[in-house]
Design a protein around this ligand. Structure first.
Ligand code: PGA
Length: 250
């Protein structure tokens, strides 16, 4: 499977800044075909950037989705809306959404189904807190999150990506070591084989997120179960993100 590199812009960039970033990226990534590249700009920029990316392989993702099709949910965005502005992917259950906006494994599961109904490929985020890591509870936490987020999916799981993002590594400059990440990725892969048929379980991409930078991507991508990266801060600098996309495993 082709590795997946996702840039999560979070609540950054207005229309002009997004425009400039995408134009640079398009240039820098010309001919780069060793990874599938996705960016998740703020909702307000997606439609505009879709047109800028018309002749580019870079795809678009939403940063969130509501589970209902439409209705009285002020401030929310539906799968139909994301699909209509050109999104192919959607990030679900990012730790910032869980921490600040009350998302739970149950809402994550509902959102996964909503995404699939609109042919949006879910990127489901899981990860342990520092306290959980220090208490040796990492693998148990990840198992619960993955099992509940993916409940009821069946072979549709093959279109899904899991992003392992230790909460203590997000935006902190502290990245998990390649060995720490690999241990969790490997346990997720084993769990997928327990939960789903082998063919589907094999197709799921498991990507790493949490302070991924141009200078640590190569060692992360050398691990056998790391299938890509979810990049926050470093995706806002075109040169850095392009270097991450052009990783050289070592
Ligand atoms: P970071 O964010 O790369 O800035 O740590 C990653 C993420 O939150 O997806």
């Amino acid at each position: 499977m082709l590795p997946l590199i996702v840039g999560n812009w979070k609540m950054n960039t207005d229309l002009c800044q997004g425009d400039a970033l995408v134009l640079k990226l398009r240039e820098l990534l010309k001919g780069a075909d060793s990874a599938e590249v996705v960016i998740a700009p703020p909702f307000t920029s997606i439609h505009h950037l879709y047109h800028l990316l018309a002749d580019s392989p870079i795809k678009l993702a939403g940063q969130n989705i509501h589970w209902e099709k439409n209705g009285a949910y002020t401030g929310e965005i539906s799968g139909e809306m994301l699909a209509s502005v050109g999104c192919k992917y959607v990030i679900i259950g990012h730790s910032e959404r869980r921490q600040y906006f009350g998302e739970t494994d149950e809402t994550v599961n509902k959102k996964v189904f909503a995404a699939m109904r609109h042919s949006l490929k879910p990127i489901v985020c899981v990860g342990e807190s520092l306290q959980e890591r220090e208490g040796q509870k990492t693998l148990k936490k990840i198992k619960t999150q993955v099992t509940q987020a993916l409940a009821g999916l069946g072979s549709a799981v093959k279109d899904l990506t899991i992003a392992y993002e230790p909460v203590w590594a997000i935006g902190t400059g502290k990245t998990a070591s390649p060995q720490q990440a690999e241990e969790v990725h490997n346990s997720i892969r084993e769990l997928l084989f327990e939960l789903f048929d082998a063919e589907s379980a094999r197709e799921v991409r498991i990507i790493y997120g949490g302070s991924v930078k141009a200078d640590n991507i190569d060692e992360l991508m050398a691990e056998p179960n790391i299938d890509g990266a979810l990049v926050g801060g470093a995706s806002l600098k075109a040169e850095d993100f392009a270097r991450i996309v052009k990783f050289q495993p070592r």
